[in-house]
Design a protein around this ligand. Structure first.
Ligand SMILES: [Zn+2]
Length: 380
C-alpha cells in the first residue's frame, strides 16, 4: 500500500508558548515546520535562481496563480512540464488562488456569487476567475498545495462587509473542494473574518467541517496594526485542528513570523526579503541595515559576520557601491542575504521550540531588532 501523498506530523508542542514543531509531507518532499516560503510571483523568486534559492535553506516556495495565469498562461506552463519543471524547482510549491491579487490589484473588478470579472493589467483583456477556474489553473500549474479562491477585503471595514466576504469565501471553498480532482495536489482552506472573533469562529467552524488538508489564516496584514493581527491570531489558531498545518498568508516582518509561531502558526510567505533586498535594505540580528546610508561607504564588515551567504563574502561598502552604481548584482545579493536570514531565523525558531525556550528566544530577538513587546490588546 502506498502512503497518502500528504501528511502532517506534529512532533513537539513547545512548553512556554503555543509554538509547534512538525513535518509536512508533500509529493515533492517533506518540509520542517515552522517554515518560511519565499514568493516566486512570476515563476521566479525575483533575482534568485532555483539553485541559489535552495542554498538559502528554503524548503518550499510560493507561486502566484493571478500572475502566472495572465502571463505566460497556465496552459503554457503545463505544456512546458508544470511549474516545478518550468522554473526548475524540485521542492514543494504552494500556489495562492489569486483571490488576494484580484481583490487588491485588479482593475475594473466586479464580482457576484459566481466569481470575479476584471481587466488584465497586461493587455486590458477581460478575465473571469471563479472558484472552479482558480482550481483548474492551479491544477494546470501542478503545485503541491493549492489554495481555495477567497474574497479578501481591506481592514478596517464595516462588519457587514467583512461578514459577507467571509460567508462567500466559505461557499467558494466548498465549490473549490468539489472542483479539485488531482490526488497529488492538496487543497487548503482560508479562514476569513477580519479582526472579529465571532466571524473568525464561524468561518473556522464551517471550513473545519468541510475537512481540508490544511488551513490558512487570510485577510491579515491588510492595513491593521501588528497588535491587532496578533490578537486575531490569538483567537483564531485555537479554532483550527491540531493535526493540520496552519498557514498565515502574506506575513511578514521577521518579528511577525515569530509572533505567529508563538501563536501556533506553521507556514508563512512574504515578499519582504526580496522586495526590501531590491531596495538596499538588509535584515540582521541587530535590526535592518539601510545600505544606501553614507555611513556604510567605507565599511569593511559584511552585513552579518555569522552569515555564510554570497552577499556576506563582500563588505557593506562594496554592496553599497553596487546600489549606488545601479548594478543588478546589488539587489540580487541582498535578496539572497535576506532570504538566507529569514531561513536562519526559522531554523533557530525550530531549535528553540524543540528546547522549550521559545519565549526566551522571542524576547532575545525582539531586543536585537529593537522592538518593544507587542501588546495583545489593540491600542486604538
Ligand atoms: Zn548574508
Amino acid at each position: 500500500m502506498t502512503a497518502p501523498a500528504f501528511g502532517f506530523e506534529l512532533l513537539h508542542r513547545e512548553a512556554s508558548t503555543r509554538a509547534r514543531l512538525g513535518k509536512f509531507r508533500t509529493p515533492h518532499g517533506v518540509i520542517d515546520t515552522p517554515t518560511f516560503m519565499p514568493v516566486g510571483t512570476q515563476g521566479t523568486v525575483k533575482g534568485v535562481d532555483a539553485g541559489r534559492l535552495r542554498e538559502t535553506g528554503a524548503q518550499m516556495i510560493l507561486g502566484n496563480t493571478y500572475h502566472l495565469s495572465l502571463r505566460p498562461g497556465e496552459k503554457t506552463v503545463a505544456a512546458l512540464g508544470g511549474l516545478h519543471e518550468f522554473m526548475k524547482w524540485d521542492g514543494p510549491i504552494l500556489t495562492d488562488s489569486g483571490g488576494f491579487q484580484v481583490f487588491s490589484l485588479a482593475e475594473r473588478m466586479t464580482f457576484d456569487e459566481t466569481g470575479v470579472c476584471f481587466k488584465s493589467h497586461i493587455d486590458g483583456s477581460k478575465i473571469e476567475l471563479s472558484p472552479e477556474r482558480a482550481v483548474a489553473i492551479q491544477e494546470d500549474l501542478g503545485s503541491d498545495v493549492a489554495m481555495v479562491f477567497d474574497h479578501v477585503v481591506a481592514l478596517p471595514n464595516e462588519r457587514d462587509v467583512v461578514a459577507d466576504a467571509m460567508r462567500r469565501s466559505v461557499r467558494w471553498a466548498e465549490r473549490c473542494k468539489v472542483a479539485a480532482k488531482r490526488a497529488d495536489q492538496a487543497l487548503f482552506a482560508i479562514v476569513q473574518g477580519g479582526l472579529d472573533a465571532e466571524l473568525r469562529a464561524e468561518s473556522a467552524e464551517r471550513l473545519v467541517a468541510l475537512d481540508f488538508v490544511g488551513y490558512a489564516i487570510g485577510g491579515l496584514s491588510v492595513g491593521e496594526l501588528p497588535s491587532e493581527m496578533y490578537a486575531a491570531l490569538d483567537f483564531t489558531t485555537p479554532l483550527l485542528p491540531e493535526d493540520r498545518p496552519r498557514y498565515l498568508m502574506g506575513v511578514g516582518r521577521p518579528i511577525d513570523l515569530l509572533e505567529g509561531i508563538a501563536r501556533g502558526v506553521d507556514l508563512f510567505d512574504c515578499v519582504m526579503p526580496t522586495r526590501n533586498g531590491r531596495n538596499a535594505l538588509a535584515f540582521t540580528d541587530s535590526g535592518s541595515v539601510r545600505l544606501r546610508n553614507q555611513q556604510y561607504a567605507l565599511d569593511r564588515e559584511p552585513l552579518d559576520p555569522n552569515c555564510c551567504c554570497l552577499a556576506c563574502r563582500h563588505s557593506r561598502g562594496y554592496l553599497r557601491h553596487l546600489f549606488q552604481a545601479k548594478e543588478m548584482l546589488g539587489p540580487m545579493l541582498v535578496s539572497i542575504h535576506n532570504l538566507t536570514y529569514y531561513q536562519r531565523v526559522m531554523a533557530e525558531a525550530r531549535r528553540a521550540i524543540l528546547q522549550n525556550r521559545f519565549q526566551d528566544f522571542l524576547i532575545e530577538k525582539r531586543r536585537g531588532w529593537g522592538i518593544r513587546e507587542a501588546s495583545a490588546t489593540p491600542d486604538r
